[in-house]
Design a protein around this ligand. Structure first.
Ligand SMILES: *Cc1c(COP(=O)(O)O)cnc(C)c1O
Length: 393
């Protein structure tokens, strides 16, 4: 079984590029150029140098002694929370801004839900002195005020999406409309392994530095490159794609995806896409998405803003339906419990998204020779208000 996409971007039956005719030229330009540029020595050198000196890579692979004592498997944490801006998302925006430069684009657009991808995009636009416009649902602008301020600090313009539910999907529609109207000078930076081909593959490649580092770091710690299991949370799936990437072809490494079950898989307030999703087209790719019988997207819910996406990337749809990866639904309450546990046992306050990955430790069997890597996708500072409210601190 292979988990690399075909030339047209298909992972099994998922993926592809289902875009309106007016976007075809933009997507095709990217498809023809993304590997041509990103595989050159010059590009790799600049990408690696920024990852090292700007982002702070390699991020540590930390042996979590007290979690290990509690659960019984050997648990390592891949510290993406220590990346500049506090999460893995910047690995990808650095890659895409370099590509935008190579393609001669002067104007960057992005859409954001929780604002994390908006901040990561505004950051690299400041770094490169490029114009940055971030579309964000009006409702999300109110809910995520600190990230809106961060984007503005960094020089980005935040444009509210006023239609529909005024959330992520409406912001995405606005960004796509902008791209159609500005086909020549504009680069659209997508924040996860979603969207039309080549985005899922491009983003997975930029994030694959995570598992590339895990391999040599685990070799140093354990004398072997491969863990027995890698656990990551999945919103669109970019941190998971990065953590899984170099292990996908080796069936001995179990791949585990934690999804947001919200108030419960059957509660009607959930984002457990791989369980509740059916085949359809979302944001230009064929994948599993939560939809009504007549194909309307169901508004997802999770306490964690970064996981409430109604679909998953086509790579993950393929990994999960083929049986290569297993997904676990994690409720809001379970995730919040894990936040406190990791804070108290390891002195690390994780992001709410990341906490879903930690909750999987309660759902699997452990034994002392089993080596598990949990991808610690981001730090919890941005979620402090939720934590204060929930725990009454
Ligand atoms: C955005 C975000 C996620 C979810 O996005 P993926 O593309 O699924 O990785 C997970 N963790 C953190 C900390 C995030 O900011």
């Amino acid at each position: 079984m292979t988990f690399q996409p075909t030339d047209q971007g298909f992972y099994g039956e998922y993926g592809g590029a289902f875009v309106p005719e007016m976007l075809h030229a933009n997507v095709e330009e990217l498809r023809q150029n993304y590997l041509k540029f990103s595989e050159t020595e010059e590009f790799k050198k600049e990408f690696q140098s920024l990852l090292k000196d700007y982002v702070g890579r390699p991020t540590p692979l930390y042996f979590a002694k007290r979690l290990t004592e509690k659960y019984g498997s050997k648990i390592y944490l891949k510290r993406e929370d220590l990346c500049h801006t506090g999460a893995h998302k910047v690995n990808n925006t650095i890659g895409q801004i370099l590509l935008a430069e190579k393609l001669g684009k002067k104007r960057i657009i992005a859409e954001t839900g929780a604002g994390q991808h908006g901040v990561a995009t505004a950051t690299v636009c400041a770094l490169k002195g490029l114009q940055c416009i971030v579309y964000m649902g009006e409702h999300d602008i109110k809910r995520q005020a600190p990230n809106v301020s961060r984007m503005k600090m960094l020089g980005a313009e935040v444009r509210p999406a006023l239609s529909g539910s005024k959330t992520l999907k409406d912001a995405t529609n606005e960004a796509i409309r902008d791209w159609i109207n500005n086909p020549n000078d504009t680069f659209y930076i997508i924040g996860s392994v979603v969207g039309p081909h080549p985005y899922p593959d491009m983003v997975a490649r930029f994030q694959s530095v995570i598992s590339e580092e895990i391999k040599w770091q685990l070799q140093e710690h354990e004398g072997r490159e491969n863990p027995d299991m890698v656990i990551a949370c999945v919103g669109g799936g970019s941190n998971a794609a990065g953590a899984f990437y170099h292990f996908m072809e080796d069936e001995r490494v179990k791949l585990v995806a934690a999804e947001a079950a919200g108030l419960g898989v059957d509660s009607g307030k959930s984002a457990a896409t791989s369980l509740l999703g059916t085949n359809g087209i979302l944001h230009g790719s064929r994948t599993l998405l939560m939809q009504t019988a007549d194909g309307q997207v169901i508004e997802p819910y999770s306490v964690s803003a970064g996981l409430d996406y109604p679909g998953i990337g086509p790579l993950h749809a393929h990994l999960i339906t083929s049986g290569r990866a297993k997904s676990y639904p994690i409720t809001d309450d379970e995730a919040l419990e894990s936040v406190l546990e990791v804070s108290r046992l390891e002195g690390i306050i994780p992001a709410l998204e990341t906490a879903h990955a930690f909750s999987v430790l309660n759902k699997i069997e452990h034994h002392k020779d089993q080596v598990i890597v949990v991808n610690l996708s981001g730090r919890g500072d941005k979620d402090l208000n939720t934590y204060i409210e929930h725990f009454n601190f």
